[in-house]
Design a protein around this ligand. Structure first.
Ligand code: HEM
Length: 208
């Protein structure tokens, strides 16, 4: 490799590094908007509900974006995208945690005794909470040392991300009830990503 090749490579690596920093800051913006909305009291007639809906939607968007990384990486042959999958997945967990916090603090007003009964008796909460538990388990096992420690089990566990996205879409559909256009939009994106994954598994198992 010539020194010119080396310089070109390190410039490319710098550009990707800056790109990843930029995505990190962009991903924080919805949260900054929510905080500004709270401070300026500009979240409409029902601020708690606005926060719950916004944080839930951003969690789902980041979950879908993180699942889209592998197809994009394979189709456009850009391996540098790989670390973004984890970053975007962790942002999905971050917004889901904000969502849960808003639900407990503002919607339930910390009536702890009602949380258990809500989770057990209101199916859309049961489904959302299960999706949250999966995201939390995936987030907790995402550091490199956990990947090493879990070995083959890590891959098995991280396949549950597809169950999390299905549950999140069911949760959304349950809430929307009548105007299902958003559920159809998010559900279709999730279905395409799932089909891509299933097609990949089938391709790997069919002998050429
Ligand atoms: C942690 C457990 C969860 C609880 C307790 C919960 C609860 C709620 C509640 C109370 C709402 C507002 C319903 C309304 O007032 O109309 C909501 C909306 C929503 N949730 Fe969750 N949720 C949970 C997990 C999740 C997760 C993990 C996701 C996504 C990955 C998610 C995505 C959404 C979305 C997209 C909405 C907005 C629906 C709309 O725009 O109308 N939720 N959730």
């Amino acid at each position: 490799m010539t020194s010119a090749d080396g310089r070109a490579r390190s410039r490319k690596a710098d550009i990707w590094r800056w790109g990843r920093h930029l995505i990190f800051f962009l991903a924080l913006l919805p949260f900054v908007w929510m905080v500004i909305g709270v401070i300026q009291n500009s979240l409409g007639a029902d601020p708690a509900r606005t926060l719950a809906l916004d944080s839930g939607r951003w969690s789902l968007r980041f979950l879908l974006a993180s699942l889209a990384i592998t197809p994009c990486r394979e189709i456009f042959k850009v391996s540098a995208l790989a670390p973004l999958r984890r970053t975007l997945g962790l942002f999905s967990l971050f917004y889901a945690s904000v969502h849960l916090l808003v639900y407990i603090v503002f919607l339930l007003e910390m009536r702890w005794s009602e949380i258990g009964s809500d989770i057990l008796e209101r199916p859309y909460i049961t489904v959302g909470f299960t999706a949250f538990l999966i995201l939390a388990a995936l987030g907790a096992t995402s550091p490199k040392f956990m990947v090493r420690r879990l070995g083959r089990r890590w891959k098995f566990l991280h396949r549950f991300v597809y169950l999390a996205v299905v549950l999140a879409v069911v949760h959304l559909t349950w809430i929307l009830r009548t105007d299902l256009s958003d559920a159809v939009l998010y559900g279709s994106i999730a279905a395409v990503l799932l089909l891509y994954r299933v097609a990949g598994v089938i391709r790997r198992h069919i002998p050429r």
